[in-house]
Design a protein around this ligand. Structure first.
Ligand code: FE
Length: 160
């Protein structure tokens, strides 16, 4: 599948938006106690030579199934590090759209050395993708429906 390979195209950056919070807990499952359709997102973090990066930091945050961010606590917020193979795995729920925005997952990524990449990941075939002012089709995840929710793949390529 084309979208799951490292093509040496750097992952485009996007605005962090208004709802980023520092201090998220370290965890793979950011949806403990939060209801919604299950979603597991996984993939690699690569450098620009397509070499997987171990121990890269990834911080995820997104809206809940009603399109609302938790700005008082840390529901649907969490950070993790890639394993020795450069793989991350995020367990969460499918976010709802809000205001004019299509469903999306925010992320910040940094290798041990290097700059932070701030970006967002999108779902394929969402009608609001086409009317969103910052949507970028290079940031669409590869999403599959499974028995108990959705499974998605997305690989990041950092400029280093
Ligand atoms: Fe957002």
């Amino acid at each position: 599948n084309e979208s799951t390979k490292c093509t040496e195209n750097l992952t485009p950056s996007q605005t962090e938006g208004p709802y980023f919070k520092t201090g998220s807990p370290q965890r793979n499952n950011i949806a403990e106690g939060v209801s919604g359709e299950k979603l597991v997102v996984s993939g690699y973090v690569y450098d620009k030579h397509c070499k997987p990066i171990a121990n890269a930091w990834l911080d995820f945050w997104h809206a809940d199934a009603n399109g609302v961010y938790d700005n008082t606590g840390y529901n649907l917020r969490g950070h993790q590090f890639t394993d020795e193979d450069g793989v991350y795995r995020l367990e969460t729920i499918v976010p709802a759209p809000y205001e004019t925005r299509p469903p999306h997952i925010h992320v910040k990524i940094r290798a041990l050395s290097g700059e932070v990449l701030t970006s967002q990941m999108y779902f394929p075939n969402d009608p609001q993708n086409q009317t969103d002012s910052i949507f970028n089709q290079e940031l669409i995840m590869n999403v599959e429906d499974v028995e108990n929710g959705k499974v998605a793949e997305f690989n990041f390529v950092l400029n280093q």
